[in-house]
Design a binder for this molecule. Structure first.
Ligand code: ZN
Length: 280
């Protein structure tokens, strides 16, 4: 299933994409996609619906994040061999974790606002997963069963804020609009092996990232178990799993976002995001 939320920001309704690419309204079936509703019982119930009997949504509505009200948005850094090498950084011995604060959440096609003083804003296409059942000290063999679905995250990053202002990476990762999620949460049954997905980013039509999740240093199954040792993952929590090579800071010469730029990002089976960059 491809589950989504559509409508104006703050007034999104739950929907599902049918086999013809038409959004079907789920308002009569479920209140919204939140930590209390992205649980297996509900996903099972939705999977038995006859979508043809649900109201079709006309036009091309704005999409919001596919889940709302989550407690955490966690990111994994330096998790691709090709990305670590473009930055001349050693492969980490354990996953690098950091926070994207929830204020950065953005719909998949909403504008990206460059913060005041931004000179090095950059893109990072990433496989995201959304937790469906609580995970605390779980084992790796059990970990994929805790995931409700997968999605795309653009881990937009201001490199000067991230690396040149001291302290943690958080400063460059949590600016308003820097966390587009979506277009859908694709349930795990449609994805199969999360380590066999292609990812790409285009900036103004130029292919800048073209990678595969096969190059992850720590696979998704390891990450869920690993993170659950340090904090309890709750339903609705989003984790983005690192980016492949081709970010602006790793290019020669370096390349950063400016107002008017257009980003297009995609992952196999998970759809696409399209963002216009604007001044804040
Ligand atoms: Zn990232």
């Amino acid at each position: 299933m491809k589950l989504l939320r559509y409508g104006p920001k703050g007034q999104e309704k739950p929907g599902i994409l049918d086999g013809d690419g038409i959004i079907r309204d789920l308002s009569a079936v479920i209140d919204d996609f939140t930590p209390t509703t992205v649980i297996p019982e509900n996903l099972d119930r939705l999977s038995r619906l006859n979508l043809q009997q649900l109201p079709a949504v006309s036009g091309k509505p704005r999409l919001g994040t596919p889940v709302t009200g989550m407690q955490k948005f966690i990111a994994v850094g330096l998790n691709y061999t090709d990305h670590a090498s473009e930055l001349n950084m050693e492969l980490p011995g354990e996953p690098v974790l950091f926070t994207k604060h929830l204020n950065c959440l953005n719909g998949p096609d909403d504008n990206i606002e460059l913060p005041e003083g931004s000179v090095k804003s950059d893109w990072e296409v990433e496989l995201g997963f959304i937790i469906g059942t609580r995970a605390k000290n779980i084992s790796e063999s059990d970990s994929l069963s805790h995931i409700a679905g997968y999605t795309i995250v653009n881990d937009v990053s201001e490199r000067a804020f991230q690396l040149e202002h001291g302290g943690q990476w958080m400063k460059g990762k949590s600016c308003d609009t820097f966390g587009p999620v979506g277009p859908w949460m694709v349930t795990t049954d449609e994805i199969g092996d999360p380590q066999q997905l292609q990812l790409f980013t285009e900036v103004n039509g130029q292919l800048v990232q073209n990678g595969t999740t096969a190059n992850m240093i720590f696979p998704v199954s390891f990450l869920v178990a690993y993170i659950s040792r340090f904090m309890t993952l709750e339903p609705g929590d989003i984790v983005c799993t690192g980016t492949p090579a081709g970010v602006g800071v790793g290019r020669k010469p370096q390349m950063f976002l400016k107002p008017g730029d257009h980003m297009r990002l995609g992952i196999s089976g998970l759809g696409e995001q399209n963002q216009r960059v604007v001044a804040a």
